[in-house]
Design a protein around this ligand. Sequence first.
Ligand code: C2E
Ligand code: CA
Ligand code: CA
Length: 556
Amino acid sequence: MFNQKHILVVDDNEINREMLEMMLSEEYDIITAENGQEALDILRNSSVEISIILLDIIMPVMDGYAFLDEIKKDDELSLIPVIVMTQADAVEDEIAALTHGATDYVRKPYTIQVVKHRVASIINLRETAAMVNQFMYDRLTGMYTKEYFYKKVREILDENPDTNYAIACSNIENFKFYNDVFGRKTGDKLLIEAANVFRREAGPDAVCCRYAADRFLAFAESENEETVSIRLNNAISDVRMELLEDMIVDVGVYNITDRGVTIEQMCDRVFLAVDSIKGVYDRNVVIYNDELRNRLLREKSITEAVETAMEEEQFAVYFQPKYDLKTGEMVGAEALARWIHPEWGFMSPGEFIPLFEKNGFIKKFDEYIRDVTCRKIREWIEKGYSMVPVSVNVSRANVYSARFADGFCKMMKKYNLDPMYLHIEITESAYTENVEQIVSAVKNLRENGFRIELDDFGQGYSSLSVLSEMPLDVMKLDMGFVRSNLDRDDDNGIIGDVVNMAHRMSMKVVAEGVETLEQANQLEAMGCDFAQGYYFSRPVSADDFEKLLIERKCIK
Ligand code: C2E
Ligand code: CA
Ligand code: CA
């Protein structure tokens, strides 16, 4: 029969073996051995799973006691129940067998019913126990399973209403990478080690479990937030040292302040916390609080709202004009993204752009803004206005794409535009990573007739030597850089120096965030060419920008 359980009968007496086989073979599959040694060989080498062993005591080569001693040494074999077969009057044998680890005994001569019952009930018992075990412990690490963890934590919380507790969770960053590179076996070994370190550092009183692949949870008493995080911080450096030096382990902690929620929900808070520092390399421990919760919930809902926003055209492009400081003439504009959400209202790009960069949506998004901008430029040219170049911002995440320049060229074809109308703003910090790639992207764009503006200069990232290699057209001085240097009476020189340097490199200079006439005058005196800021105009809608184009009036 399919799925029949296997019984190993170990007896040197052939008649005994045959008798047992006769009694049991209807329900079980019988495997036989003539002595302890042969039985051991079968257990070690055969692939079938033995449910129970029926064992004679007195046998040549290896007797029953020696056999029992042997299997006790083996973690897996020792789990198989053994029924010892003894002579009717040999009470001492029975006691000795039990002390050697036998599960039970039956007396010879056999009574069919007794043998059948014992075998069935012991197999049954063991299976139930194994199931409970399987449910309670994770097979790889020996830690509790999450189901058992939930149950246990709930019990402890209910029994100790006045004690403070915390739940902590570890997360190995890029664990999948280690698994792929070193193979699954090594990955498993790493996990077992990590589990051991985690368990040890969590302390002897902690309840630990393996939640999922590389996530371990610990539930323990916490005096205050500090003690928990300090201890965990130490734990992390230990984990790192003992495993791989460059492995990054993050830990999230939730101090249980609200016992009204389920343990699953408590764990979700821990995960929220730990996931919030994924990829943040200067922080490895984070403690959950409501502020974090609200921030993450908001981030999550923003991310989820994106597709609909795109479909419903909730994104708009605003335009902020740039002016020539000498003549007061409008010389260009910057396209700035706006999100007007039906419920949340106006949202700042400073809030959603970084999220789009994180979730990869930024590529599609920048393309969309670029498309809308080009469509508008085409429309305004058709209407016969004297058009100024409009710059679009590109996230540095997109600059590294091999087809970066292609996208811009295609857009020019689509709207039949001269590339002189579209400037490209690339933020200063982009020039610090993958220098070669960006130099070649910028060169490519310029060969195709586009003008490149270096955005946010003065935030302190660029290396001047890189800039000198790069064919750039305009340098935009960061708002903060302009303000802090204009404010310092003694040190007005630096802006002048930067302007001179830019001019030597054949770049024009735009100052951002100019809010007063005084600032505009100072900047002009320092040789700055253009300015953009609330003093001249806030970013305005396409319709309002169209009015500015019609007027093209001088600000001066
Ligand atoms: P940014 O490129 O440095 O843009 C200038 C920011 O300064 C804009 O903020 C603008 O509204 C603001 N601003 C202009 N004049 C003044 C002023 O006189 N005073 C003050 N206090 N602020 C002024 P905004 O529109 O909130 O954009 C923030 C950032 O979001 C932008 O910084 C840019 O990095 C990014 N961004 C905006 N649109 C896009 C886009 O379509 N794609 C990408 N990748 N990034 C974008
Ligand atoms: Ca910009
Ligand atoms: Ca800027």
